[in-house]
Structures are given as C-alpha cells and as structure tokens.
Design a protein around this ligand. Sequence first.
Ligand code: BGC
Length: 417
Amino acid sequence: MKSTFASLAIAAALSASVSGFALAQDSVEVLHWWTSGGEAAAVGVLKDDLQKQGVGWQDMPVAGGGGEAANTALKARVTSGNPPTAAQLLGMAVNEWSEEGLLGDLTSVADQEGWGTVVPDAIKNFAVHDGKWQAVPVNIHRPNWLWINAKVFKDNGLEPPKTWDEFNAVADKLKEKGIVPLAHGGQPWQDTTVFDDVVLGIGGPEFYKKAILELDDAALKSDTMVKVFDQMRKIRGYVDPNFSGRDWNLATAMVLKGEAAMQLMGDWAKGEIVKANLTPGVDILCVTAPGTEGSFLFNTDFFAMFPVGDSKLAAQHKLAASVMSPSFQEAFNLVKGSIPARTDVSGDKFDACAKKSMGDLKSAVSSGTLLGSLAHGHAEPAGIQRAMFDVVTQHFNSDMSSKDAAAALVTAINAAR
Ligand code: BGC
C-alpha cells in the first residue's frame, strides 16, 4: 500500500514537472506598457498570432506611457534572476541592456529568416550588437505629428498650421472662442514629446542634431534654444487647467470628442482613433508638427530577448520570428498606428496618415533627416534623457525664464554625463 502511494506521488510529481515543462516550452511571458485601448488591441493581434502557432501568452503589462514604470519593473525582474521571455524596450534601452551583457542572442533565427536585408540601418543599429541580433523591431513610430479634430477646425474656418507662428495664431483664435486649443497630459515624457517638436520645428534638423543628439553646449544655450522655450511657454497657455498628470490617451480622447482641437503626439494616438472607429486623415487630420515637414522623428518598439534557458528557447524563437514576419508587421501596425519596421511590407492596406509616414520615412532616410526621438528613447541614454525631462517639465510648470531654462539644460546634462 505504502509503495503504491509512493509511486503515485512520484508519478504526480513527474507529471507536474512534465506539464510544467510543456507550459514553459510553449508559452512566452512578455513585459510591455501597452495598456490604452488602441495599444491593448495591438497586443491582442500578437497574442492571437502566437496562439495559432500553439504558443501561449503570459501577459505582464505595466501601465505608464513612454515606459518608465515598465523599465523599473523589468529591472526588478532581471535583478531577481527571473527575466521575462521578452520585454518591450525603446532603442537606447536595448543598447543599455546589451552593454550590461544581459540580452540573449537571436542571430540563428535572424539568419534563417533573412532579417538583415529588410530592416533599415537606423533601426538595425539598436537591435544588433557585436554582430548579434538581440532584439526584434515591432514597428516604426513617428512622434512629430499634430492631430486635429477636422470638424472643430472646419466649424471655425481654420487651416492646419504649418509653422509655430501659424500654430499660435490658430490657437489664439480657438482660445478666444472658448475652445481648448491643445489637449495635453502634464507628464515629463509628454512635455518632452512637445519639446522635441518645438526644437525640430524652430531650429530645423541640423539644430536638432547639434542640440539633442550631440548635446553641443553652444546649441543648447543658443538664442534658438531660448526661442524654443519661449514657444513652450506659449504652449503652456494653450492647454486646459486640468492637464497636469493626465494620461496621453485621455488627451487624445479630448480631441476625438471635440473637447480640444489638437494634440501633439506620436502616432500611437492613431491607434485610439482607429479603436474609436474614426477615420485618420478624415475625422482626425494628421499633419506633421509645425515646422517639421521634411524631417522624421522616430522611435521603435523592440522586443528585447533575455536568456531564458533551453526549455523556453523554442517559444522565444517563435515569438521573434512571428514578430518579424511581413504578415504580422502589417496586421499589428494597422492597429497600433505605427508603420512596419520592414521595408518590404506593402502600404496598400494602410490609411492616409500611415502612407504619408512611409513616404516621409523614405525621403528622410535619403536626406539625412531621420532623427531619433529624445522623449521616446532614441537620442540619449536614460540618465541624460531624465535630466533633460526634468528641465523641460520644470520650465513648463513654473515661471522660469527661457534663458534660465536653456542654461539649466546645460547644467543638468553636464551633471548627468
Ligand atoms: C511607445 C509606444 C507607446 C507610447 C505610449 C511610446 O514610447 O513607443 O508604443 O504606445 O509610448 O505608451
């Protein structure tokens, strides 16, 4: 009798470990910050795609636009020796995890699937380190968009602004009529999304390169940067009194409902437009942020792969191969608002805004005006980015002068270097 119990116990333990093994082998755990309506719909596309291949999905969402909270959660997981299969990371964060020697190696999958020839260099540079593929790009987002409620503009006889002066004129008219000109959420990454647009729109691409990408002291404290902060101060006057702390998707919702006329935001906002069954380019217009036509600010969401051990490797490789497949890149990006990270996916099924993005990306690559976004982790490492966020947000929420803000930027960057 005793021995029967013992063998049952052994069998139970064995079957538990076998099913545990099967579970580990056939599922992926993915950490991400896609929690808004449009973002969650995009995650659904990935989950369904994997399910069709027999790979289960263990969701690890960490809310917070721009991904700061997700990065903190990821650090805790990796530090405790229990990394997820994959984590959503922006480009500079991929670099930092790679430099720490903490990412896995997908090169065998990359070679088999031929990723090398279809991903633009600007993006490949973040995914490949020392010749090894360590992350897969899911998309290309463009942060320098201005979203406009077409009806509000039409009813008030307004034209989409092409320069910051035109933007101010339009915003003044809206304000006179009691309409909130700009939907905004007062969070450091959102303030800096606007700041990036203003730096690029007022200074032009060469100035953006000098000030933001090269952190050139002279550019950072130049008269142009003072003008940038003057414009930020004007923008502060165009947001509603409840902007502080508002999530980006709630700001987008204000534009969709006509409670505000415009939003300066990346094209993840388009995911919300699509989710609300509105037509991008018709109900909600997409124009490049004032003064930035001809330049393409970019950020890409990568799934960085962590070393997971042999039992989970097959599922991890399936995840990577699926994400990179042309059919997935099309299906996912139609919902997410971004464009595919592969150059060989046709734009036929995409809306007018995405088609413009695809065309503008090509011209920006050839004219050297494809520029990494500071707000969205493609310009500076986290320490410097955070220091710049602090100054931009402090200026936006105080009466700090533009000259003092430009000087504070230099001091904060030097302290963070
Ligand atoms: C990410 C997007 C995301 C957005 C708001 C950006 O940094 O690249 O995928 O939708 O933040 O959460």
